[in-house]
Each structure stands twice: as structure tokens, then as C-alpha cells.
Design a protein around this ligand. Structure first.
Ligand code: ADP
Ligand code: MG
Length: 253
């Protein structure tokens, strides 16, 4: 995509769970090469929106377009093939396997339902190309020195970065991250922020869902703020930070 081109577009997305409206007429755009932060207090509907955007869940009404195609309800593997990649919390790290193996396996299993069977149906050439791609992405995120370390020995911040390396294996132009900084120490947050800036310099678009406003303030190009399932503000970080409705949402919550 061209820099600045809209690649992801949510149009009037509503998601109801019974009588609960978790997302109400949410619209937003992500442009090529930008970092967009979706923030809001706990329970605002951010993760629900994240699931609508990444095709994991289907909106009750409205639609989501990625590079011109509707992605609502599409298979994860197909969406990854279009260039959108998210970190998967359910693909857990295998603590006794190496960083390289974890990234390679995670990349291979991405979005696949036949998890176990798929893992063992690789021929040697496929396995070699998977490992090569995994190694390339591990270098890219700066974990090269830990390539053969057991994943269980990594600090939490390094494990988060490992998950990003997995997501990068599909060579996406858009990365979706749900609370990547949660539970990290200050230094780890800094390292994560630095990586996301580096990826942006390489043309990557990133949508970060985040509760912690401080983390996104120095990082995001634009911010969308949600409360009670709705968009209450949108703009530059310094603008939304001073928006009375946003201050109220954060202090009140
Ligand atoms: P956030 O990520 O901003 O903390 P969520 O999107 O996880 O918020 O949740 C928004 C609201 O939707 C919450 O009230 C939550 O309990 C509800 N919710 C989320 N997922 C489901 C679900 N699968 N079934 C029922 N309610 C849900
Ligand atoms: Mg959430």
C-alpha cells in the first residue's frame, strides 16, 4: 500500500451480546504506515472491537474492510494472507522449546484450526523455509541473540516481542496488538515502543489496543478513545489527552 492510504476501515460496527451493546456504531480508519491507538477504560469495548477488526468475531451490524475487502467472518488464515496479522493469546509459548521453534510453530499454526495435525505435516523443504522466515523475523525484532534460548527463560517483555515476531512471519502490512504493554516494566515498555517505531519506519501500520494512556502518548500517530462501547474522541495524542470527555472517562472510571 501507498503511505497514508486507508488500509483498514470499520464502518458503523455494532456488536451486541444479548442485551449488552459492546460496540455501538464504531467507525475508524487505519492508514498505511501509522500507529493508531484504540484506548479507553476497562470494559469500554476495545477487545470486542479488536475481534471485529481482525475477523475473529462478526459484527451484529456494520462492516470491516481491509484493503478494500470485507473481512467480517473470514478465516484467520485468509485474513493473514491479505496482510493483516494479530498476536494470538491462545497460541501459548512452549516454555521448553527455543525461541526459534516457538516463532516457527506459531507462524505455521497461525489461524489454523487443525493445530496438531498441521504441525506434523511438513516436508523438509517446508520446514526449512519456515525456520528461515522465523529466524529472519527474530533478527528483525532484535531477539537474534536469544534464538536458541528456551522461551521459558525469557523475561515477559521479551516474550511479548517473541509474539510479535510470530505475527510478523506472515509478512503483514498491518499488525494488531491487544494490550502489548500490559504487565511490563518501564524498561520493557520502552523497548516495545522502540520496536514498534522501528517497524513503522519500515512502513508497518499498527493498531494497538491499550488501557495505559501513557504508553501510547509518545508512540501513536493518532488515538481513538472509547467508552461504553462508543467512540468519544479521536485525534492527535496531545489533543485527546486534553479532551474533557476523555479526562472524565479516565478519572471517572
Ligand atoms: P475492554 O477490552 O475495553 O476492556 P471488552 O471488549 O472486553 O472491553 O468488553 C466490553 C463489554 O462486552 C464488557 O461489558 C464485557 O463484559 C462484554 N463482553 C465482551 N465479550 C463478551 C462475550 N463474548 N459475551 C458477553 N459479553 C461480552
Ligand atoms: Mg480488553
Amino acid at each position: 500500500p501507498q503511505p497514508g492510504e486507508v488500509i483498514l476501515q470499520a464502518v458503523d460496527v455494532t456488536r451486541k451480546f444479548g442485551g449488552l451493546v459492546a460496540n455501538n456504531n464504531m467507525s475508524l480508519d487505519v492508514r498505511a504506515g501509522e500507529i493508531l491507538a484504540l484506548i479507553g477504560p476497562n470494559g469500554a469495548g476495545k477487545s470486542t472491537m479488536f475481534n471485529q477488526l481482525s475477523g475473529v468475531d462478526t459484527p451484529t451490524s456494520g462492516d470491516v474492510f481491509f484493503r478494500g475487502q470485507s473481512v467480517a467472518g473470514k478465516e484467520s488464515r485468509e485474513i493473514a494472507g491479505l496482510g493483516m496479522s494479530r498476536t494470538f493469546q491462545h497460541v501459548k509459548l512452549l516454555a521448553s522449546m527455543t525461541v526459534l521453534e516457538n516463532v516457527a510453530i506459531g507462524a505455521h499454526l497461525r489461524g489454523d484450526k487443525g493445530v496438531i495435525s498441521a504441525a506434523w505435516r511438513l516436508d523438509r523443504a517446508q520446514e526449512a523455509s519456515l525456520l528461515k522466515e522465523a529466524a529472519r523475523q527474530i533478527e528483525r525484532v532484535g531477539l537474534g541473540e536469544l534464538m536458541f534460548e528456551q522461551a521459558g527463560n525469557l523475561a515477559l517483555g521479551q516474550q511479548r516481542i517473541l509474539e510479535i515476531a510470530r505475527a510478523l512471519c506472515a509478512d503483514p502490512c498491518l499488525l494488531l496488538l491487544d494490550e502489548p504493554a500490559a504487565g511490563l516494566r518501564f524498561k520493557e515498555k520502552q523497548a516495545l515502543g522502540e520496536l514498534l517505531r522501528k517497524l513503522r519506519n519500515e512502513g508497518m501500520a499498527t493498531l494497538i489496543v491499550e488501557h495505559d494512556m501513557d504508553f501510547v502518548m509518545g508512540l501513536a500517530d493518532r488515538v481513538v478513545v472509547m467508552e461504553f462501547g462508543e467512540k468519544i474522541a479521536e485525534g492527535l495524542p496531545e489533543e485527546v489527552q486534553q479532551n474533557p470527555a476523555v479526562l472524565e472517562a479516565y478519572l471517572g472510571g
